[in-house]
Design a protein around this ligand. Sequence first.
Ligand SMILES: CC(C)(COP(=O)(O)OP(=O)(O)OC[C@H]1O[C@@H](n2cnc3c(N)ncnc32)[C@H](O)[C@@H]1OP(=O)(O)O)[C@@H](O)C(=O)NCCC(=O)NCCS
Length: 145
Amino acid sequence: MYGVDSAVLPEYRSRGVGSKLMDARFAVLKQLNLRGMIAGSLIIDYHKVASEVTPEQYVQDVIDGKRFDTNLTKQLHKGFRVHNIIPNYFNDARTLNYGVGIVWQNPDFDPSRPILRTAKVIPAHFDVRLKPERTPEATFGAVGN
Ligand SMILES: CC(C)(COP(=O)(O)OP(=O)(O)OC[C@H]1O[C@@H](n2cnc3c(N)ncnc32)[C@H](O)[C@@H]1OP(=O)(O)O)[C@@H](O)C(=O)NCCC(=O)NCCS
């Protein structure tokens, strides 16, 4: 599955909404018995340190938990893994046009079952109560951005 853009309004971020959106995608790909999901992550906090670190170093720091990125940190937290860095991915000053190819592997993928092409879409009800905001500072202490 290819994961196209998803976004949460800034004032509602870090309160569990994006996690539910990602869970909904995982549920569909499990229903389809797909191997996993690939997506392009926009490293939207990179511009803050772009004069100091290369995109490769920035991404490694995010993987190591030394820096917080509004998108990539959360995607890694949900089980995505970095596959590659993509120059000229998307015209965006915040990322200096870099994207990061990320992969989520379906732990339930069963090669003996058929890979379905269409999902029987069952509208999922997700609990939409917002969690308390999770700040980068609470996770990392002083944020390294
Ligand atoms: C990416 C995006 C959709 C995530 O939505 P969100 O509502 O902020 O995400 P959540 O609060 O549900 O967090 C997602 C996961 O990251 C974790 N997380 C949130 N804040 C965190 C932090 N400061 N440190 C570590 N993990 C954190 C959450 O715990 C959650 O995992 P969990 O459900 O297992 O606990 C949102 O940040 C966004 O809209 N970004 C800008 C738009 C964009 O560029 N979208 C395309 C992305 S490539």
